[in-house]
Write a new protein. Structure first.
Length: 195
């Protein structure tokens, strides 16, 4: 991901939502160097939970990245919601966390949730947009077919469920094996329009 630093700087995003992965101090510092007018936000994914999550969060906080670990923040009337991976593994847990975060249907909302699952709960809470990554558009063929069987239409791309939209990106990183065959890395640019 560090190799994409210059690309992100060139885009000049207003907001930046990171879906994962900040395993070390060097990476966290590189992410913190990408200055956006309204900040950089991350919701912990499963890879962070494999190691010392508190240490990763400290690296990110030190670098100026705001970690939304089952938390919300308001920016110019837009509510960002970050839900960690562990809270999204069952629909009951996700429903409980969203209920505790007091989501208001009248507020425009963006949910940063690592896994593209439990979309019926997301839609039930009236969330406008969810951004996800977990699937990596699975890096090596034939894995994408298996991932699509697990996550259905939400495995990759932009989909709607009721009034909610989900965007699942393949991201720029990899997991084991550290390569991509038949899939691609991407930085997704989302333009928000007030209406």
């Amino acid at each position: 991901m560090i190799t994409h630093h210059d690309e992100l700087v060139a885009i000049s995003p207003i907001y930046q939502a990171l879906l994962e992965t900040a395993h070390d101090q060097q990476l966290a510092q590189a992410l913190g160097q990408i200055v956006t007018p309204h900040g950089t936000y991350l919701a912990p994914g499963n890879h962070e939970e494999y190691g010392n999550l508190n240490q990763y969060i400290q690296y990110l906080n030190d670098a100026g990245v705001k970690v939304l670990d089952n938390q919300t923040t308001m920016i110019n009337g837009l509510k960002f919601i970050g839900v960690n991976y562990g809270s999204t593994t069952t629909s009951t847990w996700l429903q409980q966390v969203l209920h505790e975060l007091d989501i208001q249907v009248s507020q425009p909302t963006i949910l940063i949730k690592h896994v593209p699952s439990n979309m019926e709960i997301v839609e039930q809470f009236g969330i406008d947009l969810q951004i996800a990554w977990h699937t990596h558009e699975w890096q090596v063929r034939p894995w994408p077919r298996i991932v699509r069987k697990i996550y259905g239409i939400y495995a990759y791309g932009m989909q709607a469920i009721g009034q909610s939209i989900i965007i699942t990106t393949s991201g720029v990183g990899t997991r084991w094996p550290p390569q991509r065959i038949g899939t691609h890395s991407e930085i997704v640019i989302i333009t928000l329009i007030k209406w």
